[in-house]
Design a protein around this ligand. Structure first.
Ligand code: AHR
Length: 669
């Protein structure tokens, strides 16, 4: 387009100046050629997946929509989040205790004693408690009557103690038992608190004090937040990686992720500190802990719900090397190996096996069909290699059916990276996990990264990536701009073109609470009631929904389609529909016109064009969630000589029905 305008401008100039009529310079429109009759490698169904880590309040107060913070009184500051709630003439006291708790896993609870009036405690929630008018919220607590016969009153209130809905619990059992109530707030309140009070003299012990929406994903009690899971499902993800990320490693081995402590009855799941609590001095979150209400059973269930392969990462006897580098001696790895073996049994074992029975007891007798395990997260160095080798030997001997993923460390290149790749080739790792949080320009210049990778040996899991815009030092967050998203899209054309090398890829991190994040950018932002998809989300979604099943060779002006004439392109064939799918990214500021040559197919009528474009600096927000969203239109027919205009800063996906046999919509070859 730029050339065309330039050519027209020259001609106009010649006319205006009275100069003898010269021939306008020939305008060459680059040609994108798709060889639809020369199918390349298969695109793995897993190709585009999800990376979940409990960072940025992604779990408690996020995907796990608990509204009560420190519900089990296990934070080191045991009353963090809790305050007195009392009407004017009320008297009483409350204190944390640990004698005869309901679960040894969470040994603390609170005793509330009311001497007069309506007296109790109130919880701040996760950066406040937010409720929507007319929606139902379920209160569930473990309670034990100590004295008196007063019932409990539970409610949502603002700082002035004005109610936004309440309910009563008529009686409390003499021994620990579950009490419940449902609150339906008549008004929406985004800055509320949750309170529990005794309505008369007496004392009660309370633990696992919970307030959760009734309308969860699939309506499951204590289930996941429906709007967030819907966003995940809409990605059509090939896999779900969990639980991270550095959280797998822990700052210390003691606080590493131990999956066995995250299953079973929620009250028995021991709360621990979240490693992102104080990782970044400028983004501390002293109240960030893990209740494990979202635990391994829920991760497997979520994977199944959204049609994603579960992809757990296990600790390999190493705490985070950026923090402590605590190591388990190589000859003492057995408990860690056993955890991995038991995990396979938990996921896949028969109900007659120890861990298969635990799964069945939790409500899922059928296996979860686990196929992948990652050994360690971002580990590096000889210490990782020797530990990985032990895991590899044991797991391959006992479970050759499981694909093992090894680390390439935290950087996309360099000595550590090269060392690990060399060792992982020697050890015969199935897949190596590469991470890159780099500027947009890196993604553009690395769109051909995998064109050059060996075709034998371990494959690649692009396990964590995101384009990080350069920002002034004073700015804490990095924008989720369209510019960053298009750089990721350009890079992803290279992933897809090299589907024989890259069977798995996931943007990271996934979720972030707007009032409580530690890391940015992220794929999805949310507050206590709303959520918003970023431009990067839409790139992931479009690639996931239009991935196709087989790569088709694509070139621009006869060259690999990786930035030639400013265009990044990839093409595929979708076996289910027969469609040829062409993805073209124009990250630059000038529109580009390209001739489309579809060799080997006869394009049918009724195609679709999906475009993601806009101001490159634009971001979506909770207030303005649709500034950058994909727009779709019908295409009548792709004719021979078809010229596609790729707008500035755009991703364009064409779906061309090509179910019939060979043909040619090709202006030239
Ligand atoms: O995605 C955030 C962090 O980035 C992950 O926990 C870690 O693996 C990487 O360094």
């Amino acid at each position: 387009m730029q050339r065309l305008s330039f050519g027209v401008a020259l001609a106009l100039l010649a006319l205006a100046s009275g100069a003898p009529r010269a021939q306008a310079p020939a305008v060459t429109v680059p040609q994108v050629t798709i060889e639809a009759d020369k199918p390349g490698p298969a695109i793995a169904p897993t190709m585009y997946g999800i990376f979940f880590e409990d960072i940025n309040f992604a779990a408690d107060g996020g995907l796990y929509p608990e509204k009560v913070k420190n519900r089990s009184f296990e934070f080191p500051e045991a009353l963090m989040g809790w305050k007195k709630s009392a009407n004017a003439d009320a008297q009483g006291e409350f204190a944390v205790r640990s004698d005869r708790p309901p679960s040894p896993g969470n040994p603390h609870y609170v005793r509330v004693t009311s001497k007069a009036g309506s007296y109790g405690i109130t919880n701040d929630g996760f950066r406040s408690v937010s409720v929507e008018a007319g929606k139902r919220y379920v209160v569930r607590m473990l309670a034990r009557r100590v004295s008196g016969t007063a019932g409990l009153s539970v409610g949502i209130e603002n700082a002035r103690m004005e109610e936004s809905g309440s309910a009563t619990i008529a009686s409390v059992p003499a021994e620990w038992g579950v009490v419940t109530a449902t609150i339906t707030p008549p008004v929406t309140n985004t800055r509320a608190r949750f309170r529990v009070r005794l309505e008369g003299p007496g004392a009660v012990d309370l633990d696992m004090v919970s307030l959760m929406p009734a309308d969860t994903w699939k309506g499951r009690p204590n289930g996941l937040r429906a709007d967030l899971v819907q966003l995940l499902a809409d990605l059509k993800p090939g896999f779900l990686r969990f639980p991270g990320g550095c959280i797998v490693e822990g700052r210390y081995l003691e606080t590493r992720y131990e999956w066995k402590k995250t299953i079973g009855v929620p009250a028995d799941r021991t709360t621990i500190i979240n490693r992102w609590n104080d990782e970044f001095g400028h983004r501390q979150a002293a109240d960030y802990f893990q209740s494990f209400g979202l635990g391994f059973y829920e991760y497997f269930q979520l994977s199944e719900d959204i049609g994603a392969e579960p992809l757990p990462i296990v600790n390999c006897g190493m705490a985070c090397q950026f923090n402590t580098n605590e190591l388990v001696p190589v000859d003492q790895l057995d408990p860690y190996l056993q955890d991995a073996l038991d995990l396979i049994e938990f996921a896949n074992g028969p109900v007659t096996s120890v861990w298969g029975k635990r799964r069945a007891d939790m409500g899922h007798p059928a296996p979860f069909n686990l196929k992948f395990i990652g050994v360690g997260n971002e580990q590096w160095g000889p210490q990782y290699v020797e530990r990985y080798a032990v895991f590899h030997k044991t797991l391959k001997a006992k479970h050759p059916e499981i694909t093992l993923i090894a680390s390439a460390g935290p950087s996309p290149n360099g000595d550590r990276f090269d060392f690990l790749w060399g060792k992982m080739r020697e050890l015969g790792a199935d897949i190596v996990d590469e991470h890159y949080y780099m500027p947009p320009a890196w993604f553009l210049s690395n769109a051909n990264r995998y064109d050059k990778y060996p075709r034998t040996g371990p494959k690649v899991f692009a396990g964590e990536y995101a384009a990080h815009e350069n920002v002034p030092q004073a700015r804490q967050d990095r924008p989720n701009s369209l510019n960053a998203a298009l750089a990721e899209a350009a890079f992803m054309t290279g992933l897809e073109r090299n589907a024989d090398v890259v069977p798995l890829a996931s943007y990271a991190p996934l979720l972030a609470h707007v009032d409580a994040w530690q890391w940015s950018p992220n794929l999805i932002w949310f507050d206590n009631l709303r959520s918003v998809a970023t431009p990067s989300y839409y790139v992931q979604q479009l690639f996931g929904q239009h991935k196709g099943t087989t790569v088709l060779p694509a070139t621009v002006s006869g060259l690999p389609a990786s930035g030639i004439e400013g265009v990044f392109a990839t093409a595929s064939r979708d076996a289910a529909t027969g469609d040829v799918i062409v993805k073209q990214v124009n990250p630059g500021p000038q529109a580009r016109e390209v001739k489309l040559a579809l060799n080997g197919v006869a394009p049918g009528a009724g195609g679709r064009r999906i475009v993601l474009t806009g101001d490159p600096a634009a971001e979506n927000s909770l207030q303005r969630p649709t500034i950058i969203v994909p727009r779709e239109e019908a295409i009548a027919q792709i004719a021979a000589g078809h010229v596609e205009r790729l707008g500035p800063h755009s991703l364009t996906i064409l779906r061309v029905p090509a179910g019939g046999g060979a043909g040619r919509a090709s202006p030239s070859r």
